[in-house]
Design a binder for this molecule. Structure first.
Ligand SMILES: [Zn+2]
Length: 356
């Protein structure tokens, strides 16, 4: 049987494990896929789900069998998504299904774009599907998939309901679970799952992803951003959504104007850019500066020789003359100040004066 992972870039060892498990006929019922944000948990789980559901014995997914067609039309009642939602969406019980359908539709469109905010949760209402165990006992012939995306967003009652199900999963029911931080998950849940950890993508795999993404969205590929994505396609998408190229330029200018420790130069830069009055944009810029420094230090210390990038050499030169620990502290305190005050530009200038 030939298996295709149509959404997932890289992660060949993990794909191999799934292939072997499917071929052996003993597929783990509880799988937890972890890794840094945007590394590919969701596309990988969607691929696994599609492979499990397909009925072909030749090439999977065949996209022709009854199961595949139902999956494409999203007309299945044996596939469930537990997905983090905002409180307002949870409250309107009659609209819960609509809110979930919208999120699922977005995810199928852009599986690497899964990026729940800390204010989104998986409630007990959503986990209701876990407690209707009898329903699953009706037929053991149909494969059922329960995707739990962002399990760390699960409220305690929902997690308890899940735990009960994981202890004794009904036949042919598969729990496909994603997480970004295993430390936030009950150890009793972890111990009941086969755990697959996704490592950062190589630069080559990242390039493949960026080219495919650019083609799909009919935009130019921003390869200069790749070294600063920590091997995460989701991070690349996040940069893209925040106007990647401009963001990159602003981060570079921020770095140049701030390392001088010259208040006049820095305030001139701050006042010249209205983007910095947007808190989200402002934080993104500083996150990118931190990432630029992290990568530059890696290259400088010979830990990331594979990155041959003239931009990085430039950054290494720029930060070469500053006390780097102090500068990182300045960046971190600036991010804190920006997220606490209503005017990011004033917060930045105030914090700069203190650093000086
Ligand atoms: Zn099929």
């Amino acid at each position: 049987m030939e298996l295709k992972f149509t959404r997932t870039v890289g992660h060949s060892a993990q794909k191999e494990f799934i292939k072997k498990s499917l071929e052996s006929g003993i597929f783990p019922q509880n799988i937890l896929v972890s890794g840094i944000p945007g590394i590919g948990q969701v596309p990988f789980l969607l691929d696994i789900g599609e492979l499990l559901l397909c009925e072909s014995t030749d090439i999977r997914p065949c996209r022709k069998c009854r199961s595949c067609l139902e999956w494409q039309n999203r007309s299945r009642d044996n596939v469930h998504f537990l997905i983090p939602l905002k409180e307002a969406e949870q409250k309107q019980k009659d609209k819960l299904a609509v809110a979930i359908a919208k999120q699922v539709s977005d995810l199928l469109q852009e599986p690497y774009g899964f990026n729940p905010s800390p204010r989104q949760h998986i409630s007990i209402e959503q986990a209701r599907v876990l407690t209707t165990k009898e329903k699953y006992a009706e037929s053991t012939r149909i494969t059922r998939i329960i995707f739990i995306l962002g399990i760390e967003c699960m409220m305690e009652p929902a997690a308890n309901a899940l735990l009960k199900m994981l202890e004794e999963p009904p036949p042919k029911t598969y729990f496909l679970i994603s997480c970004e931080n295993r430390e936030k998950i009950l150890s009793t849940i972890l111990s009941r799952c086969v755990q697959l950890r996704l490592p950062p993508l190589s630069q080559d795999d990242m390039t493949l992803f960026v080219e495919a993404y650019a083609q799909q969205h009919e935009i130019p590929p921003q390869k200069q951003l790749i070294p600063f994505c920590a091997g995460s396609p989701g991070t690349y998408i996040d940069y893209e959504l925040h106007d990647g190229v401009k963001l990159f330029q602003l981060a570079e200018d921020f770095l140049i104007s701030s390392v001088t420790q010259n208040f006049y130069a820095f305030s001139e830069f701050i006042n010249a850019h209205s983007e910095l009055s947007n808190m989200e944009q402002c934080l993104k810029i500083m996150e990118l500066v931190l990432e630029m420094i992290r990568v530059s230090l890696q290259v400088k210390n010979g830990l990331a020789e594979y990155i041959e990038h003239e931009q990085i050499l430039k950054f290494t030169e720029i930060i070469g003359n500053v006390e780097i620990d102090t500068y990182i502290k300045f960046l971190e305190s600036s991010m804190k100040a920006v997220s606490q005050y209503s005017n990011p530009r004033i917060a930045l200038l105030g914090n700069f004066l203190q650093w000086k």
